[in-house]
Design a protein around this ligand. Sequence first.
Ligand code: SAJ
Length: 454
Amino acid sequence: MNDMSASGKNVQDVLNNIRQRNLRVAVLGSGYVGLPTAALFADAGFQVVAIDVKPEIICTVNNGVSPVNEPGLSDIVSRNVKAGKLRASLNSGINLKEADVAIISVQTPIYDNKKPNLSYLEKALEDVAKAMKKGMLIVVSSTVPPGATTTFIKPKLESSSGLKADADFYLAYVPERIAPGNAIKEFVENPRLIGGIGPNSIKVAAELFRTVCKKVIETDAITAEIAKLAENTYRDINIAFANRLALLCEQYGADVKKVIELANTHPRVNIHAPGPGVGGPCLPKDPYLLISKAELEENIVEMARRINDYMPRHIVEMTIQALESVGKNVNECKIAVLGTAYKADVDDSRLSPSKPIVQQLLSLGAKVVAYDPYCQESFGVEKAENLQEAVKGSDCIVIATDHTEFKKIDLSKLKGCMKENPIIVDGRRIIEPAEAKNMGFKYYGVGYGVKDEV
Ligand code: SAJ
């Protein structure tokens, strides 16, 4: 379509409006992804409203504070709320009616049967459809199963609005690729995939994201959808391989940390780190979105998921074994679980592997105390205020999250407040085994098959 046709002229108008920051942006879903999105577009000069169903989010943002603990985000929220560029609202109806751009970043979880739950996305689309007008740009940033943009989102918007995609309105799938904890930097610096449903949509969405992102890559919707899912599935499979290697190393009496370090000296090898399991809002479910309509029953994706899901149980079994090795029974012991967040230095406990570890230890009759410097969550057990309090009188500490604070642990201080025969079960391999042993700890670690010399 060339720019002189009726809709092409529209494209030119929209492009000009983007360049002049003369557009109002509504972001639907203002969590870990939506809020950085809203804040950064406001910072780029647009008038932005961040919409969410949670009143506490709305209230906090409108007070100029970020409800999400993300480095740098509060500053951006604060200055844009003050400047009148950013506000938050519960009301999608009126705000969408006033918007020229709608960015959807609601969650797309999976059901218990591992099939995609698109109900939040569907609700957001209904809200957008009611408010649609000619020339509007709709961007979907939520992670979706392959094909969703053209077979689910586009027909839904077209039939409800009576408008034609890529002619009357523009539609693009633009997946987010930001790691929580480094979201602001990655939003700006990671290349952004622009999966438009047609040439006009690509042009308009790319222009919008160029105002915030250093690099945009134009493609079609299906390619962007699969690429997004491939990124997280690749990481999940890689970690599963690292975890499988860890189990093998335990069996063979080798140290997986050394094995991976050596294998990774090969210029074309990059094995990730083993751990107590894979958590967070993305990796445990995105692989299932990728294969949600696949025809194969048994495959590499599901196997990786099974290995990663098994790891919390492995950590619990290791803990039982460690306690038995010093003549203790798990149901008589106090165990301090360090870390409830799903990964290092974030306050997010969604699908954290720490949860099954805590709950399985509890069901075995152990007294479990959890401590996390960032996360309030303790999965139903007592939450200690600090490290000392958590380990006081404990028989064993289980490291579930690799927070910086835990990497700096002073082992001599810990030993002083633990019971006799203190044990460390290192689910993240952040403690130096030799150091722990020298200090008088029994050391067990994921993938650490090296036995103490007799
Ligand atoms: N983990 C390991 N070993 C590793 C790396 C991670 O066990 O070597 C564990 C972490 O501890 C955590 C889980 O995996 O429990 C996931 O952590 P992560 O850092 O791999 O990923 P997320 O979920 O925080 O963010 C991912 C990122 N995807 C990729 O790096 C490919 C991010 O860029 C995406 O934007 C995000 O998913 C998303 O929202 O999709």
